[in-house]
Design a binder for this molecule. Sequence first.
Ligand code: ADP
Ligand code: MG
Length: 568
Amino acid sequence: MPEIKVLPVELRNKIAAGEVIERPASVVKELIENSIDAGSTDIRVEVLRGGKGLVRVTDNGTGMDREDALFCLHPHATSKLRNEEDLFHITTMGFRGEALPSIASVSKMKIVTGLKDSPSGRLIEVQGGEVTETRDFPAHGTSVEVRDLFFNTPARKKFLKSDGTELYHIIDSVTKEALSHEDIAFRLLTENQETMNLSRASGPRERITQVYGLDFVEGLSEIHAESEGTTMTAFVTKGENYRNSKTHQYIFINRRPVKDQTVSHALYQAYEGILPQARHPVFFLFIDMNPKKIDFNVHPAKREVRFENKDEMHRFVAGRIREALRKERTEYVTSFREIPDRPGFERPFGHNIRQMEPSAPSRYIPPMQPDRHFSEGSALPYQASLPFIYLGDTFIAMAGKGGLTLLDHHAAHERILYEHFLKGIAPASHHLLFPKQVMLSHKEYRIILENTDLLDEMGIEVDDFGHNTLLIRSLPEALKESDMRGILSDVAASLIEGVRPDSSLRETIAARISCHASVRGKEILSSEEVQRLLSDLEKTEHPDQCPHGRPTRLFFSLDDLKKMFKRK
Ligand code: ADP
Ligand code: MG
């Protein structure tokens, strides 16, 4: 019995229509979503030349009968929506009956489909929307093959990017669908090579682990919340596991990947006061809610949604995540307090004073030529006997050179490392006795492998270990304790996003790496370390600014102070 019907005109007009097919990745998304709606438990995606040559999605779902196999190509034909009321509680991924006809009209398509319990199936071939062949063909489930996308619309074809870029978008599409449908097995083959193989998982945690690896998941807090029929399972950055860009931020509502300002704003709000400047949390939010309270019929590609009550959603997400993070931080601080004599941290100001031992030899020799900041009394060097104090856990105040210097030790260290990485004089690279294994998402893995030379120049030697895993063979000393997965993931993000016109790729990568490598806020330096930091900073080309343009140090001369105290 055929299932597909053409939507009545009035209903068609109520649907957010528009061009759903922008690029090969949109084809992948639409075909996968059809397979999901058909109840498949196994979906295979094959692509050639970034999907420009071929996209083929094969599933083990219900399949279509003889008539539907042809009818599904009719514009506005769908088995998922019958009347207007259905539009207000959509439970399927598709509902507009737009995808197959749109794709068929701009490609060479072949559909092979058959009902599970039927002896035969159907094969249909379409070119630029015209059916060129229909015949019986044995099949259970459905396979849709799309070749030469936009072959008849050169203007749109021109907008496609390189095969590599198109492939990243495809990997992104598959990853998003896979993350929100952990009960389905996904396989991705690119150029006939298996690049992703995810077996059916028991829940989102297992699926995230399959995609990103165990150590990535261990850096995330798992939060569950429920309110008036809306449930949220969230995996969000825990501790200091932040990123320099908005990578790995996913929102799924009723298993649909969406972009939504309300929800992401709420998430950032939950991190207010915790999140360091210019850093970003990783998050995977899986929200399930009554379909009547949300409208997916807003954006042609269904990427955006409209909530019946936006404020309520914002409160729910911000409130519950903040609460969970606070609880976790309280536990962290409590455990921290239990560590005896960790200097400085969380004690009232004044107790943090640390004297440099008077006997310590002064290794810091300031430049004799006056510079912008140290113009006054430059003959007066910092002396080993001069005290420095920690203000909070990042700033160091010290007297000398005829005034008061405030140093941001994190920013200073970042500047030093940045210039080292940039000049390829990364502090001697150490061969690791036990190479570190780092698993990345497939997209990150590929782009890192294409750029190993660049990393090599910065003292990071990586090898392919297969299955989205890299082997780190050597590292600069400064990175020995660093979170390598975070670093590689940030580097991959810069390579994918491209660089700003005012900086080179090398500069961008060096800045990203040095940010991870530099001393973290909570570490308190010894007097020797402070002195080494000052002297190394002095040797850099731009000692006054970190690579992100923040100041590393501020100087107040005696004159400045006099003016501030109105003595001058
Ligand atoms: P929509 O998904 O919005 O209904 P599509 O154009 O994507 O519109 O698909 C049209 C119809 O074709 C679907 O409603 C469904 O009945 C049928 N169909 C498409 N793909 C498959 C598939 N993989 N398995 C079974 N049926 C499918
Ligand atoms: Mg569809």
